[in-house]
Design a binder for this molecule. Sequence first.
Ligand code: AMP
Length: 284
Amino acid sequence: MLTFNTIQQVRQQVADWKQQGRRIAFVPTMGNLHAGHLSLMEQLKGDEVCLIVSIYVNPLQFGKNEDFGTYPRTLDEDSQKLEQLGVDLLYLPESTEIYPDGPEAATRVIVPGLADILEGESRPGFFTGVATVVNKLFNIVQPDVACFGAKDYQQLQIIRRMVADLAMPVEIVSAPTIREPDGLAMSSRNQYLTAEERIHAAKLNVCLQHLVKDASQGTDSNYAVIHATQELEANAFNVDYIVVRRQQDLGVPEPGDTQLVALAAVKLGKTRLIDNICFEINNT
Ligand code: AMP
């Protein structure tokens, strides 16, 4: 596996591969890799494919009181996992190249509407940080295809919108959420949970499943959401939001909408957890 730090090194290697007719596949990450991350890479592996993974803890997507400083950084273990998986190139960007004048001075990519609701409402500036860094990484790596996890459902839709709006020549594919045996969605932030909180955390997915069941069975969605909120609160979660939305644009469902997603964000102690489940309702 090649490991590069500079834009110039990555560009040169990608140009060589493209000249050989190889397809460039890309997975951007913030590292501390778990089975969820690795599943995205597995999804892209193939005969004529050169697989590039980036690890970069992007300062622009962290709020002032968020965990940029303490976000787990485990480069040696990550690098071993990627090598074993058969990744061709690990790109470890330098902040001096991603934000030459510092994150605050960077040109930004804003996805209006979609980036302002749900996660965007709770974490102002978060999706601008994500869209900006993904845009820059795409410009450096110039992938034919890139994979994002459905675990971060709103992020996936924002990336799709950015790529469509800016006519970026990248195919975006998604991969399903990988979970722990008890149903908790894998996340680097799960390690912030205490042992007791970790046991409770699995209830988040259970409550979402109940909401999906209620909504699928035609229960009034306001009532179903109130019920789900009460269930989360009874399990010691501090509820940020739990909602049912349209899959495509995260708008409030209207009669006739069938492709839906239940999304939730909660705090358990100091740890913020998100999860979602896509589902379909039969309106006939
Ligand atoms: P992160 O390192 O948290 O920025 O995540 C990098 C990529 O991995 C994103 O596309 C995430 O959606 C994806 N990802 C994170 N956790 C999971 C998971 N449990 N299952 C599937 N994909 C995931």
